[in-house]
Design a protein around this ligand. Structure first.
Ligand code: SF4
Ligand code: SF4
Length: 278
């Protein structure tokens, strides 16, 4: 069985899919979003050691060229994450399927399933597939939170192992998507169509950032596409909030309630039946 590089595991989360779920955040992302809320998940640690001195508890040590983390002494102050210039974490650890399953078995009476997030969890697709197979055997549901950059199609084993996907469509036009994330969105949009066609698309999410993105264009085009595929797929419009993000975009970029309502109305007029603003 494979191992996965994991940033952290939240035993209980009520914001990562339906119900109470164990959320597993994988390390590593192929996007570089201007507003990334989890910048410490983007890159793998290259063991430079610069974060070691920032730890107030002496939990970080360089051993044989690698930065080791003493989990038991850690107080989760996140000084190390804030000091890392490489968008990484010294706390990410390689875990086997058995080690992750041990944690899930401990919480299984209280959760409806797991959500695998990131970073971009699909970059560790083999591990995700194996983990979802094991979790489904416990009669728990398996959700994937993805930036959509890795194809879901062409992998029956993966598709059989996952119940639903929550997909980001950050911008509709390729150039805008590239400006925001560093990558175009052709695979993202193909994933949108494919996942909807097999009834595995739980929701589509767009973060609204005025002045940085043409939000009206994106919501107009994405909602038209959703409505054509399946009008009941949830379209979640997320208000950008400059809290905990890597780039502190200035306050004027925070969308007004009026703009959010305008976008809601556009999606509704285009035929979406399940629109949520958060
Ligand atoms: S987490 Fe960042 S600062 Fe710390 S050792 Fe790794 S790359 Fe260097
Ligand atoms: S989060 Fe843990 S390892 Fe990082 S600086 Fe704080 S105590 Fe040290």
């Amino acid at each position: 069985m494979s191992k996965g590089l994991i940033n952290k595991i939240l035993p209980f989360s009520s914001v990562d899919g339906p119900g109470n779920r164990t959320a597993i955040f994988m390390q590593g992302c192929n996007f570089n979003c201007l507003y990334c809320h989890n910048p410490e998940t983007i890159n793998n640690c290259h063991n430079c050691g610069l974060c070691i001195a920032t730890c107030p508890k002496g939990c970080l040590l360089k051993q044989e060229g690698f930065v080791a983390w003493n989990k038991d002494q850690c107080i989760d102050c996140d000084n190390c994450l804030k000091s890392c210039k490489s968008c990484s974490s010294p706390k990410a650890i390689w875990m086997s399927i058995e080690e992750v399953m041990y944690k899930i078995e401990n919480t299984k009476c209280f959760i409806s399933g797991i959500t695998i997030s990131g970073g971009e969890c699909m970059l560790q697709k083999e591990f995700v597939t194996e983990l979802c197979e094991e979790v489904k055997a416990l009669n728990l549901t398996t959700f994937i939170d993805s930036n959509g950059s890795v194809p879901f199609w062409g992998d029956d084993r993966l598709i059989n192992a996952i119940d639903m996907v929550m997909l980001d469509v950050k911008a509709y036009d390729s150039e805008a998507h590239k400006m925001l994330t560093g990558k175009d969105n052709q695979i993202v949009l193909k994933n949108l169509d494919y996942l909807a066609s097999i009834n595995k698309l739980y929701e589509v999410r767009t973060v609204i950032v005025p002045e940085v993105l043409d939000n009206i264009r994106t919501v107009d085009m994405v909602s038209k596409r959703i409505a054509k595929l399946n009008a009941n797929i949830r379209y979640k419009l997320i208000k950008y909030r400059p809290i905990g993000v890597r780039t502190q975009l200035i306050n004027s970029y925070v969308p007004t309630n009026e703009l959010m309502e305008e976008l809601y109305d556009i999606a509704k007029a285009n035929g979406c039946k399940n629109i949520v603003i958060i």
